[in-house]
Design a protein around this ligand. Structure first.
Ligand code: G3P
Length: 218
C-alpha cells in the first residue's frame, strides 16, 4: 500500500519525505486554508519535495470551470493531481481532464455507487472518506471493502482506491487489509505508526545488555 501525506504543511511534508516512505501528498481547501499561505505556492513547494502525485483541489462547481481550474493547476508541476468532488460536474471534469492526460483524484466519496461512477469517468484515484462515515455511525471501512470488491470484478477499471479521512493507526491497518492501493494519512498518524511500547522496551534492554559487554562494533 502506498502512503500519501494528508497535509498542506510544507515543513511536516519535508520531515516525513526524509523517511523515504512517502509516495505522494493530498491537500484540500481546508488543509490549505489552515496554512494561511498562497495555494499555488504551497502546491509548487510540495511538488518540489515529493516526486509522487500531489493532489490539488479545484474550487469551481461547474464542469467547464473545473476543467479550466484543473488545467491551470496542472501547469504547476508534472506530479500535480487534480482533485474534483464526486458530483456530476466533477465526473464530467474528471473525464475531460484524464482524457487530456491529467491525473484526477475524485474526492468526497461516500458510497460504492459513487466510486463505480468515478472509475467509469476514468479517475486515477477515488477518495472514500472513512472517518466521516464513522462520524455518522456508519462503517467507513466497509466502503473500502465494497469498492475493492467492485473494482476487482472488472479488470478494465484501473482507478486506485485512495483511503482518505484516515483518523488513526487502525484505519491504516484495516485499509491495507482491505486492499486499498493508497492511504492518505495525517502526519500525526503517520508518526504514530512506527511506535510500540514493546519495541522501545526491547531496544532499551538490548542496549543495556550490549553496554555490559564493554564491546563496540566499530
Ligand atoms: O483527504 C481528506 C481528509 O483530509 C479529510 O479528513 O478528518 O477532515 O475527514 P477529515
Amino acid at each position: 500500500m502506498k502512503f500519501f501525506v494528508d497535509s498542506a504543511d510544507v515543513d511536516e511534508i519535508r520531515e516525513l519525505e526524509e523517511t523515504g516512505l512517502v509516495d505522494g501528498v493530498t491537500t484540500n481547501p481546508s488543509l490549505v486554508a489552515k496554512t494561511g499561505r498562497d495555494f499555488k505556492e504551497v502546491v509548487q513547494e510540495i511538488c518540489a519535495i515529493v516526486d509522487g502525485p500531489v493532489s490539488a483541489e479545484v474550487t469551481a462547481t461547474e464542469a467547464d470551470a473545473m476543467v479550466e481550474e484543473g488545467r491551470n493547476l496542472a501547469e504547476i508541476a508534472d506530479n500535480v493531481t487534480i482533485k474534483v468532488p464526486l458530483t456530476w460536474d466533477g465526473l464530467k471534469a474528471c473525464r475531460a481532464l484524464t482524457q487530456g492526460g491529467t491525473m484526477v483524484n475524485v474526492t468526497l466519496c461516500f458510497s460504492a455507487n459513487q466510486a463505480l461512477l468515478a472509475a467509469k469517468a476514468g479517475a486515477t484515484f477515488i477518495s472514500p472518506f472513512i472517518g466521516r462515515l464513522d462520524d455518522i455511525g456508519e462503517d467507513g471501512m466497509e466502503l473500502i471493502r465494497e469498492i475493492r470488491t467492485i473494482y476487482d470484478n472488472y479488470e478494465q477499471l484501473s482507478t486506485q482506491i485512495l483511503a482518505a479521512s484516515v483518523r488513526d493507526e487502525t484505519h491504516v491497518k484495516q485499509s491495507a487489509m482491505a486492499g486499498a492501493d493508497v492511504a492518505t494519512v495525517p502526519p500525526k498518524v503517520l508518526h504514530a505508526l512506527v511506535k510500540h511500547p514493546l519495541t522501545d522496551k526491547g531496544l532499551d534492554a538490548f542496549l543495556a545488555d550490549w553496554k555490559s559487554t564493554g564491546q563496540s562494533i566499530l
